[in-house]
Design a protein around this ligand. Sequence first.
Ligand code: OOB
Length: 533
Amino acid sequence: MSDLAVGFTPWPSELAARYREAGYWRGETLGELLRTWAASHRDALAVVDGELRLSYAELDKRVDERAAGLVALGIGAGDRLVLQLPNTAELVVLTFALARIGAVPVMALPAHRRTEIEHLAALSEAVGYVVADSFQGFDHRTLAAEIVELVPGIEHVLVDGDPGPFTALGSVTAPAAAETPFVDPAGIAVLLISGGTTGKPKLIPRTHDDYALNARASAEVCALTADDRYLVALPAAHNFPLACPGILGVLGVGGTVVMCPAPSPDVALPLIERERITVTALVPPLARLWAEAAPYAGADLSSLRLLQVGGAKLDAALARRIPDALGAQVQQVFGMAEGLLNYTRLDDPAEIVEISQGRPLCADDEIRVVDPDGNDVEVGELLTRGPYTLQGYYRVPEYNATAFTPDGWYRSGDVVRVLPSGHLVVEGRVKDVINRGGENVSAGELEEYLLVHPAVAAAAVVGLPDETLGEIVCAVVVPGPDGPPKLKALKAFLGEQGLARFKHPDRLVIVDELPLTAVGKISKRDVVERLST
Ligand code: OOB
């Protein structure tokens, strides 16, 4: 067993056999798959990055040469490299190059800093760290210099751009090897970063078999074809733009992946016009920005047929507005780097698309909704198990003992209910509950009520310590066009909506914007931190 496999929890053999039998797992690696796709779509345009336009044949060749260059450096099967690259063609090339030699990228996001990178590098025992020279005013070589000191196992720092004291990624190239080494399709292809908002990030092992399924089945649900051009607007290393269906799903059907350097409307909307983009994916705060900016942007968005929105709950009012504002159909996506993906389907009725976060991707995605004692209930925690959902985080056995049930169901921490149609509605997080003098207030529920008010554009509800009640309910609100609401008026409105008094906010804080996570979701942790300083 290679060192890579230590700390990886495979699926029980009966389940693995069933997934192979059913054709979910096809025994193909990501490296081989790209070769197959390149053979079928040789001259089609695979990746666009600024002025760089790579055909499938060119991409395949670059991947081979990069793979040979990595081998020449001494990097090989089972090695881990922390990848921290912006949305560039290089991220695509490197991901496949590593897959071809059986090495594994740890998919860090550009916004990660020393704390996260040190932790990810140490936990994965990475031998390499790959960065851009600088991005959005931050010099990643300076961070790399610190990381090398902190994590002695890092032997290689590869830099896209001006390498400074390190190795230029562009120089890591060699004539393609005559033979590709054997890579186990049931082994780890990528280590994704958990989006969890508590504690240190976890590493999520995704195998070639399961990640290929993730991308292929997602492409089918989105009806992707070779005519689709997908804009990578979210950070490319995140599961959503990487494989839901994202980069991998689009390449699997012969379509074109267009890298977008930043997701802001001023950058993304002109690129949609220039490249005639048909599909893209956003988190809700960005979808709101795009919908607000589009009428004034003057960009022709008529090519856009599908806007996927996920990562956090999309409120129904915004879901309803998007088709008019952006001229695209909305698809809600409730996914997690851990595996399970839920999509609204392209032929679902508008009411379902507006209020639900979709239904599971595969027939063999098993879901349960349970109370804290594990009994099946109508509204409760979502547990899941399936052909592309992990059986354990990488190298954290003690944490896995509580994050999974003894029979391998992943405890998502998300509170959901299931509609008669099988679609899920996300109600909040198990831990995102405020204990107000013994009464439980669900932050997610109150946020939804607040968002209905015309003076509220965005809201985050958090608990604040209180001497009498233990915790009080604080609503942090970004004003909408009818802007800034008053606490008294909000309470009256919530009362009219029939929301129990104990769930009304005790405090209202008006802000210009809410802090966001590395992928652009509202970060509750930072909301609380800002309130306490
Ligand atoms: C995606 O993945 P992660 O790993 O960054 O975050 C997963 C968590 C979920 O457990 C849930 O709490 C939340 O993000 N979430 C949603 C949601 N989509 C994700 N909560 C409410 N509504 C939604 N639509 O965020 C992710 C991965 C693949 C595709 C899409 C999103």
